[in-house]
Write a protein that binds this ligand. Structure first.
Ligand SMILES: [Zn+2]
Length: 494
């Protein structure tokens, strides 16, 4: 595996950060991260290169854990019993500020850092969600925050959470079940995207489960009457689920794939399996719809004379927005400013954008987000800051950051690492995440997160306010891990 040698890249870190006006000690954070830019790019490029799938991020987690250890953090590897999770810690006392990182890739989107479709390895995974940048920026923020704590000689603990398998919506759920986030005061994270902003909207809560039906095999032509088809049960369950759709809330999403449909047509299948996701804007809605889906499975088993069992893989919460922390993050993102993209970046973005679906991009530009901020209309890459927005809106996707946000006040920033309209989970996203566009967005995120942490050290009353808001919002529905306490996490099932 190749590590990029950064000295050869002639990285001009002075252009990474466009504007900054901060209090006396704050410029050190910016300068510190600019100094570390080469090392951070090396880590980000290495993780991009490794492109490991969820729960298999052995090299990606190691490169990060080793680096933080070399920088004075004490590192707990295989945190919570997950081989590719780790927690790196420095300092003592409160507050305890946690920076959340991810490093898993996506199947099938391997791609060179080029605007022309060219897989690095045909059919292999790639960083189509920018998690190479995600983990590295959070790691950089944790490191800069540590330096600031040391310089100011104030109490405080910084943690970097190496969280595996976000794409499987599982890593943080299991870490949460093991109590790894429970003593945090605040969690800070980000997601690579197409806008420099603080989003106030949430995503969907979800459950992921495999339904396995067990029947009786028979010769499909000679004695079908002696068989009980598990595949029939899967098909009838799917019919039932498709009728269920009409009688659940509009925003709910139910999707499935048949993961085992039997061996060959002339054998009545004794075993069959279907894998479901159930999503909805709130956790309690997911639980209610999921219970009804289990009834559908029961009905299918009864109709077909089969039995069934369920492998509950994971579930997650929707993200609980903390308005106090969102405000703190926004004022710090403003101190950093938008990434300073140069002509080469803009040209790369222009060429890459030509591969996007025109209709999808046009619809995006008609969305409330884009209508609200007219300056975005003329931009291919977001070169401005977009004020916090989207309150009350819910996106379709899910993230296991949701679980952390129901345990501790949590804030996320977003920066431009891909051109506007870049499809999610795509080869284009992978290309941009390995380019200087991704890197510049990543550096802005690292700085904004580190400054946000510092702001909270300077203004402890903000932590108190954030906690009061959190307590108020969670008082009637405290966090309950979606994954049962007494069951072993089915790592091999993902
Ligand atoms: Zn992602």
């Amino acid at each position: 595996m190749r590590l990029f040698i950064l000295k050869d890249l002639k990285l001009d870190v002075s252009v990474v950060n466009k504007t900054f006006e901060g209090a006396t000690f704050l410029p050190d954070i910016i300068a510190f991260l600019d100094k570390k830019a080469g090392e951070l790019r090396e880590i980000s490029d290495a993780v991009w290169d490794y492109a490991e799938l969820g729960f298999k991020e052995y090299k990606s987690s190691k490169v990060q854990a080793d680096y933080l250890e070399s920088q004075g953090f004490s590192v707990k590897r295989a945190a919570g019993g997950i081989p590719t999770a780790f927690v790196a810690e420095w300092g003592e006392g409160r507050p305890i500020i946690g920076f959340l990182g991810e490093y898993d890739a996506l199947a099938g989107v391997s791609q060179e850092a080029s605007y022309i479709r060219k897989p690095r390895v045909e059919g292999a995974p790639g960083h189509g969600c920018g998690h190479n940048l995600l983990g590295t920026a959070s790691l950089g923020a944790a490191l800069a925050f540590k330096e600031a704590l040391a310089e100011m000689k104030v109490p405080g603990t910084v943690r970097y959470y190496g969280c595996p398998a976000e794409e499987l919506l599982a890593g943080k759920v299991y870490m949460a079940r093991e109590g790894l986030f429970s003593d945090l005061d605040v969690a800070i994270t980000w997601h690579p995207g197409s806008l420099n902003t603080v989003r106030l909207g949430s995503g969907n809560a979800m459950n992921s489960a495999k339904f396995r039906f067990h029947g009786k095999t028979a010769h499909a032509a000679a004695d079908p009457h002696n068989g009980r088809s598990a595949l029939d049960a899967v098909e009838l369950m799917n019919v039932g689920a498709n009728y269920l759709r009409e009688h659940v809330i509009n925003q709910a999403r139910i999707h499935y794939v048949i993961t085992n449909g039997g061996g060959q047509p002339n054998v009545v299948p004794a075993e069959a399996e279907v894998w479901y996701f159930v999503r909805a804007p709130h956790r309690h809605q997911v639980e209610e719809i999921y219970e009804r889906l289990v009834d559908v499975a029961k009905g299918a088993a009864l109709m077909t004379g089969t039995s069934y069992d369920i492998e509950f893989l994971t579930g997650c919460y929707e993200v609980l927005i903390n308005d106090v922390l969102a405000e703190v993050m926004w004022r710090n993102l403003q101190k950093v400013g938008a990434p300073a993209f140069d002509e080469d970046d803009l040209e790369f973005a222009r060429r890459l954008s030509e591969t996007f679906d025109k209709g999808v991009v046009e619809n995006l530009r008609k969305s409330p987000e884009f209508q609200e901020y007219k300056e975005l209309q003329g931009q291919i890459l977001n070169t401005t800051l977009v004020p916090p927005h989207g309150k009350g809106r819910s996106g379709g996707g899910s993230t296991d950051v949701g679980d952390v946000s129901w345990i501790v006040p949590t804030v996320q920033v977003s920066t431009a690492t891909v051109p506007i309209g870049c499809p999610g989970h795509s080869w284009q996203n992978c290309a941009s995440s390995g380019s200087s566009i991704g890197f510049k967005g990543m550096m802005v995120a690292a700085k904004a997160m580190a400054l946000c942490g510092l702001d909270l050290i300077e203004h402890p009353e903000e932590i108190k306010r954030a906690k009061a808001e959190f307590d108020e919002k969670t008082k009637d529905s405290p966090y309950k891990c979606p994954f049962p306490k007494d069951r072993e996490f089915p790592l091999d099932q993902f």
